[in-house]
Design a protein. Sequence first.
Length: 229
Amino acid sequence: MESLNINGKTLRLTIQRKPIRNLILRLKTPDELLVSAPYACSTAEILRFIETKRSWIAAHAEKLAQRQARQAESSADGSLAVYGRPVQLQWVIGKGKPRLQSERLVLYGPDSQPETKRRAFDQFAKTSLEAEIGQLRPRWDQVIADYHLAQPSIHYRRMTSRWGSCIPAKSKITLNLKLIHYPLACVDAVLWHEYAHLIVPNHSQRFYAVILHHMPDYEVRKALLNGDL
Ligand SMILES: [Zn+2]
């Protein structure tokens, strides 16, 4: 990981080589720049390309920071997205089971401290994602069974910089609880990405070939998640 300086701000730089034709710049957060580059492109070429995009990066980082501030505000006043649909969070002091209705999510807790609310939401997210993944995973279990690989265990936790991770040696996949906010097509893309690491542990050309073979619209699904972590 390298870093670069834009208008006095330090940005982390991550370079990923992929089977693509052109360089693609993406700001993951206001201070992390992700570059997707063709395999043949040298680091020096990438850095020269970034030089020509300085003003775009600075302007975009500013916009992203503003958007994050707005999102933080809107989650404080109780509106959030569940599987891509906007819902109003209703917080009830007392005991009860979380309820997701068409435009409302009802959660319960002993007080209304932010930490209590976050724990209740994470618990709801985990239960809900477990049920959805239960519907999605048989397809991927079948794919890896064809490679004579065992079914992985799937775990859930709140993560700050990744949508998921996979430890092939332990056959263990971890998914980010924040996926609950995105359409199931995106959740499935992250799930499949982590499953595919059981077959190919790295991000080589072969890895993306396996990914695209079973999910031709993978890049479109991932694009919906981009820049939002
Ligand atoms: Zn990966």
